[in-house]
Design a protein around this ligand. Structure first.
Ligand code: SF4
Length: 211
């Protein structure tokens, strides 16, 4: 990465961290993916059970592989048949740690997500003892409206493409507010502050990660 981009991403990331900490999240900035991986591992004990939300960011960091190598028990529903997936998603809700990314973080310290089934936003909101989100610099936006636009223009169409959904945005590249049975945008969640009584960590990474 060139020096100007690196300096800008660091400055932007630090602003997001400051805003999130003001909202009682426990946020930190790291410059690289490698540092992000280490920061996540430092927040999880070897004996913790870990639920994972479906996420390109998790894939890019090889987090499932790294945690399994260390001996953690992982609950991860991606790729499972419907009934097994439902059982595993329920386990994700009560794991010691829930690990995911997010669709947008605002410079006002809010976290915005759109979910299909709701298991990811449910686990972020209540259940696991600790929540850890890993967020690439590409997901920082000015405010709630910019977050919604980011989701309609980038996050949702790209995730629909990743999941091979039969939705119009896969062909058009933008949200068409579809009525498809495979629609991935069923629930919008905005976290205005860290949930009461939560142990909520956010790692902002100075590199692009996920969609
Ligand atoms: S509402 Fe439908 S068209 Fe719009 S992003 Fe979601 S899945 Fe795609």
């Amino acid at each position: 990465m060139d020096k100007i981009a690196s300096k800008h991403f660091s400055a932007l990331g630090q602003q997001a961290v400051k805003a999130l900490n003001n909202k009682r999240f426990q946020a930190q900035f790291v410059a690289t993916k490698e540092e992000a991986l280490q920061a996540v591992l430092d927040l999880i004990k070897d004996t913790d059970t870990v639920g994972m939300g479906g996420s390109e960011t998790m894939e890019e960091l090889c987090l499932k592989y790294e945690l399994e190598k260390r001996g953690n028990i992982i609950y991860y529903h991606q790729g499972l048949a419907q009934e097994e997936s439902r059982i595993v998603r329920c386990k994700e809700l009560t794991a010691d740690v829930f690990l995911a990314s997010t669709n947008a973080v605002t410079l006002e310290g809010e976290i915005i997500n759109v979910d299909g089934s709701g298991n990811r936003v449910a686990a972020m909101s209540f259940g696991p003892k600790r929540v850890i989100l890993v967020v690439g610099i590409n997901k920082i936006v000015q405010d709630e409206e910019a977050g919604r636009q980011r989701i309609k223009l980038q996050a949702a169409p790209m995730n629909a493409t990743r999941l091979s959904c039969k939705t119009p945005c896969v062909a058009t590249g933008i949200c068409m507010e579809c009525n498809s049975p495979e629609r991935i945008c069923m629930i919008t969640s905005i976290m205005h502050m860290a949930p009461r009584g939560s142990d909520f960590h956010i790692i902002i990474v100075g590199e692009r990660l996920g969609y």
